[in-house]
Write a protein that binds this ligand. Sequence first.
Ligand code: MN
Length: 252
Amino acid sequence: MPLILLTNDDGITSPGLAALREAVSPLGQVVIVAPDRDNSAVSHSLTMHRPLRVVKQAESVYALDGTPADCVSIALARILKKRPDLLISGINSGPNLGDDISYSGTVSAAVEGTMYSIPSMAVSLAGEPPYDFGPAGKVAAKLAVMILARGLPENTLMNVNVPGDTAITGTKVTRQGRRLWENSIQEVFDPRGRRHYWIGGGTPVRDSGKDTDVHAIQTGCISVTPIHLDLTNHEGVFHLRDDWQLDKEDLT
Ligand code: MN
Protein backbone atom coordinates (compact mmCIF):
# COMPACT_ATOMS: atom_id res chain seq x y z
CA MET A 1 0.00 0.00 0.00
CA PRO A 2 1.54 3.36 -0.97
CA LEU A 3 2.46 5.85 1.75
CA ILE A 4 1.15 9.34 1.01
CA LEU A 5 2.36 12.40 2.94
CA LEU A 6 0.02 15.38 3.05
CA THR A 7 0.88 18.91 4.10
CA ASN A 8 -0.26 22.46 3.32
CA ASP A 9 0.40 26.09 4.14
CA ASP A 10 -3.08 27.10 5.32
CA GLY A 11 -2.65 25.17 8.55
CA ILE A 12 -3.77 21.82 9.90
CA THR A 13 -7.39 22.94 10.49
CA SER A 14 -7.85 24.06 6.87
CA PRO A 15 -10.88 22.54 5.13
CA GLY A 16 -8.76 22.18 1.96
CA LEU A 17 -6.48 19.72 3.77
CA ALA A 18 -9.48 17.79 5.12
CA ALA A 19 -10.93 17.54 1.60
CA LEU A 20 -7.59 16.34 0.24
CA ARG A 21 -7.32 13.69 2.95
CA GLU A 22 -10.81 12.43 2.23
CA ALA A 23 -10.14 12.28 -1.51
CA VAL A 24 -6.82 10.39 -1.37
CA SER A 25 -7.47 8.11 1.64
CA PRO A 26 -8.68 5.22 -0.59
CA LEU A 27 -5.32 5.26 -2.42
CA GLY A 28 -3.03 4.28 0.43
CA GLN A 29 -1.81 4.99 3.94
CA VAL A 30 -2.14 8.75 4.50
CA VAL A 31 -0.06 10.70 7.02
CA ILE A 32 -0.60 14.43 7.65
CA VAL A 33 2.22 16.65 8.89
CA ALA A 34 1.08 20.25 8.63
CA PRO A 35 1.72 23.66 10.19
CA ASP A 36 -0.34 24.37 13.32
CA ARG A 37 -1.45 27.74 11.85
CA ASP A 38 -1.72 29.64 8.59
CA ASN A 39 1.66 29.85 6.86
CA SER A 40 0.53 31.25 3.51
CA ALA A 41 3.22 33.17 1.57
CA VAL A 42 6.09 31.96 3.77
CA SER A 43 7.70 30.51 0.65
CA HIS A 44 10.46 27.97 1.36
CA SER A 45 11.56 29.34 4.71
CA LEU A 46 13.05 26.95 7.26
CA THR A 47 12.88 27.67 11.01
CA MET A 48 16.45 27.65 12.28
CA HIS A 49 16.44 30.00 15.27
CA ARG A 50 14.21 28.02 17.64
CA PRO A 51 13.35 24.35 18.22
CA LEU A 52 10.22 22.88 16.64
CA ARG A 53 7.57 20.88 18.44
CA VAL A 54 5.45 18.15 16.89
CA VAL A 55 2.03 17.48 18.44
CA LYS A 56 0.30 14.23 17.49
CA GLN A 57 -3.35 15.20 17.16
CA ALA A 58 -4.72 11.82 16.11
CA GLU A 59 -3.49 8.62 14.48
CA SER A 60 -1.31 9.72 11.50
CA VAL A 61 -2.04 13.43 12.07
CA TYR A 62 0.78 15.67 13.29
CA ALA A 63 0.82 19.46 13.80
CA LEU A 64 4.11 21.32 13.79
CA ASP A 65 4.77 24.88 14.94
CA GLY A 66 6.77 25.62 11.81
CA THR A 67 6.60 26.24 8.08
CA PRO A 68 5.48 23.88 5.30
CA ALA A 69 9.14 23.19 4.40
CA ASP A 70 9.84 22.40 8.09
CA CYS A 71 6.91 19.95 8.05
CA VAL A 72 8.26 18.07 5.04
CA SER A 73 11.84 17.86 6.24
CA ILE A 74 10.84 16.72 9.75
CA ALA A 75 8.25 14.27 8.39
CA LEU A 76 10.85 12.66 6.13
CA ALA A 77 13.64 12.60 8.70
CA ARG A 78 11.77 11.83 11.93
CA ILE A 79 8.06 11.07 11.70
CA LEU A 80 7.60 8.66 8.79
CA LYS A 81 8.99 5.16 9.21
CA LYS A 82 9.65 4.81 5.46
CA ARG A 83 9.97 7.07 2.44
CA PRO A 84 6.59 8.24 1.16
CA ASP A 85 5.64 7.26 -2.38
CA LEU A 86 3.93 10.59 -2.91
CA LEU A 87 3.72 14.02 -1.29
CA ILE A 88 0.70 16.27 -1.85
CA SER A 89 0.54 19.84 -0.57
CA GLY A 90 -2.82 21.58 -0.39
CA ILE A 91 -5.56 22.01 -1.23
CA ASN A 92 -4.67 25.70 -1.01
CA SER A 93 -7.43 28.26 -0.51
CA GLY A 94 -6.76 30.36 -3.60
CA PRO A 95 -4.59 30.08 -6.71
CA ASN A 96 -0.84 29.56 -7.05
CA LEU A 97 -0.30 30.87 -10.57
CA GLY A 98 2.62 32.63 -12.25
CA ASP A 99 4.68 34.65 -9.78
CA ASP A 100 2.58 33.37 -6.86
CA ILE A 101 4.77 30.26 -7.06
CA SER A 102 7.77 32.19 -5.70
CA TYR A 103 5.87 33.19 -2.57
CA SER A 104 3.79 30.06 -2.05
CA GLY A 105 4.23 27.88 1.00
CA THR A 106 2.02 25.28 -0.71
CA VAL A 107 4.35 24.95 -3.70
CA SER A 108 7.48 25.17 -1.54
CA ALA A 109 6.43 22.08 0.43
CA ALA A 110 6.33 20.23 -2.90
CA VAL A 111 9.73 21.71 -3.79
CA GLU A 112 11.11 20.33 -0.51
CA GLY A 113 9.70 16.88 -1.32
CA THR A 114 11.17 17.02 -4.82
CA MET A 115 14.60 17.91 -3.38
CA TYR A 116 14.45 14.57 -1.55
CA SER A 117 13.34 12.79 -4.75
CA ILE A 118 9.79 12.21 -3.46
CA PRO A 119 7.23 12.57 -6.31
CA SER A 120 5.44 15.75 -5.21
CA MET A 121 2.37 17.72 -6.22
CA ALA A 122 0.96 21.08 -5.09
CA VAL A 123 -2.80 21.54 -5.47
CA SER A 124 -4.58 24.90 -5.28
CA LEU A 125 -8.20 25.94 -5.66
CA ALA A 126 -8.12 28.93 -7.99
CA GLY A 127 -11.37 30.44 -6.87
CA GLU A 128 -12.81 32.83 -4.35
CA PRO A 129 -14.42 32.10 -0.99
CA PRO A 130 -16.68 30.38 -0.10
CA TYR A 131 -14.54 27.50 -1.37
CA ASP A 132 -15.89 24.16 -2.53
CA PHE A 133 -12.89 21.81 -2.32
CA GLY A 134 -14.78 18.74 -3.56
CA PRO A 135 -13.94 18.98 -7.29
CA ALA A 136 -10.27 19.82 -6.58
CA GLY A 137 -10.09 16.80 -4.26
CA LYS A 138 -11.25 14.54 -7.09
CA VAL A 139 -8.66 16.06 -9.44
CA ALA A 140 -5.93 15.53 -6.84
CA ALA A 141 -6.91 11.89 -6.36
CA LYS A 142 -6.93 11.16 -10.11
CA LEU A 143 -3.52 12.78 -10.59
CA ALA A 144 -2.21 10.96 -7.49
CA VAL A 145 -3.11 7.61 -9.08
CA MET A 146 -1.19 8.61 -12.22
CA ILE A 147 1.88 9.81 -10.31
CA LEU A 148 1.93 6.65 -8.16
CA ALA A 149 1.88 4.55 -11.34
CA ARG A 150 4.24 6.61 -13.51
CA GLY A 151 6.36 8.79 -11.21
CA LEU A 152 7.40 12.29 -12.27
CA PRO A 153 10.37 13.55 -14.31
CA GLU A 154 13.54 14.04 -12.26
CA ASN A 155 13.74 17.23 -10.15
CA THR A 156 10.21 18.13 -11.23
CA LEU A 157 7.06 18.75 -9.22
CA MET A 158 3.53 19.09 -10.47
CA ASN A 159 1.79 22.41 -9.75
CA VAL A 160 -1.96 21.97 -10.13
CA ASN A 161 -4.58 24.73 -10.09
CA VAL A 162 -8.26 23.84 -10.24
CA PRO A 163 -10.88 26.45 -11.25
CA GLY A 164 -13.09 27.22 -8.30
CA ASP A 165 -15.81 29.52 -9.47
CA THR A 166 -16.53 28.26 -12.97
CA ALA A 167 -17.52 24.94 -14.49
CA ILE A 168 -14.37 22.96 -15.34
CA THR A 169 -13.99 22.89 -19.13
CA GLY A 170 -10.93 20.64 -19.49
CA THR A 171 -7.29 20.10 -18.56
CA LYS A 172 -4.28 22.02 -19.87
CA VAL A 173 -0.60 21.24 -19.43
CA THR A 174 0.85 24.71 -19.03
CA ARG A 175 3.97 26.78 -18.44
CA GLN A 176 4.32 29.21 -15.54
CA GLY A 177 2.88 32.59 -16.56
CA ARG A 178 3.44 35.96 -14.90
CA ARG A 179 1.12 37.29 -12.26
CA LEU A 180 2.20 40.36 -10.32
CA TRP A 181 0.04 42.42 -8.01
CA GLU A 182 -0.72 46.11 -8.51
CA ASN A 183 -1.68 48.32 -5.55
CA SER A 184 -1.05 45.44 -3.16
CA ILE A 185 0.58 47.62 -0.47
CA GLN A 186 -2.03 49.42 1.59
CA GLU A 187 -1.28 52.41 3.81
CA VAL A 188 -3.00 52.08 7.19
CA PHE A 189 -2.84 54.07 10.44
CA ASP A 190 -2.79 52.67 13.97
CA PRO A 191 -4.81 54.21 16.86
CA ARG A 192 -1.89 56.54 17.59
CA GLY A 193 -1.92 57.90 14.05
CA ARG A 194 1.31 56.17 13.00
CA ARG A 195 1.61 55.09 9.40
CA HIS A 196 2.01 51.37 8.54
CA TYR A 197 2.10 49.40 5.33
CA TRP A 198 0.04 46.25 4.93
CA ILE A 199 0.83 43.84 2.08
CA GLY A 200 -2.20 42.12 0.57
CA GLY A 201 -5.10 42.55 -1.80
CA GLY A 202 -4.61 44.50 -5.02
CA THR A 203 -5.24 43.58 -8.62
CA PRO A 204 -3.33 40.85 -10.41
CA VAL A 205 -1.44 41.98 -13.53
CA ARG A 206 -1.16 39.03 -15.82
CA ASP A 207 0.89 37.73 -18.68
CA SER A 208 -1.68 35.27 -19.83
CA GLY A 209 -0.09 33.83 -22.97
CA LYS A 210 -2.27 31.00 -24.27
CA ASP A 211 0.02 28.27 -22.94
CA THR A 212 0.20 29.65 -19.38
CA ASP A 213 -1.29 28.51 -16.09
CA VAL A 214 -2.99 31.91 -15.79
CA HIS A 215 -4.75 31.49 -19.14
CA ALA A 216 -5.87 27.94 -18.38
CA ILE A 217 -7.64 29.11 -15.23
CA GLN A 218 -9.13 32.14 -17.04
CA THR A 219 -10.71 29.74 -19.50
CA GLY A 220 -12.04 27.36 -16.85
CA CYS A 221 -9.43 24.62 -17.36
CA ILE A 222 -7.47 22.67 -14.77
CA SER A 223 -3.85 23.83 -15.07
CA VAL A 224 -1.03 21.30 -14.62
CA THR A 225 2.47 22.84 -14.74
CA PRO A 226 5.64 20.78 -14.41
CA ILE A 227 7.99 22.90 -12.28
CA HIS A 228 11.72 22.23 -12.41
CA LEU A 229 14.01 22.77 -9.42
CA ASP A 230 16.72 24.16 -11.72
CA LEU A 231 16.10 27.92 -11.91
CA THR A 232 19.02 28.45 -14.30
CA ASN A 233 18.23 30.34 -17.50
CA HIS A 234 20.15 28.00 -19.80
CA GLU A 235 20.07 30.46 -22.71
CA GLY A 236 21.37 33.05 -20.25
CA VAL A 237 24.45 30.87 -19.67
CA PHE A 238 25.29 31.10 -23.39
CA HIS A 239 24.49 34.82 -23.41
CA LEU A 240 26.86 35.60 -20.52
CA ARG A 241 29.54 33.18 -21.73
CA ASP A 242 29.50 33.95 -25.46
CA ASP A 243 28.14 37.50 -25.84
CA TRP A 244 29.58 38.97 -22.65
CA GLN A 245 32.65 36.65 -22.72
CA LEU A 246 32.28 36.78 -18.93
CA ASP A 247 34.46 33.69 -18.40
CA LYS A 248 37.37 35.66 -19.84
CA GLU A 249 36.93 38.74 -17.64
CA ASP A 250 39.19 39.30 -14.66
CA LEU A 251 36.71 40.18 -11.92
CA THR A 252 39.24 40.22 -9.11
MN1 MN B 1 -2.25 29.24 1.57
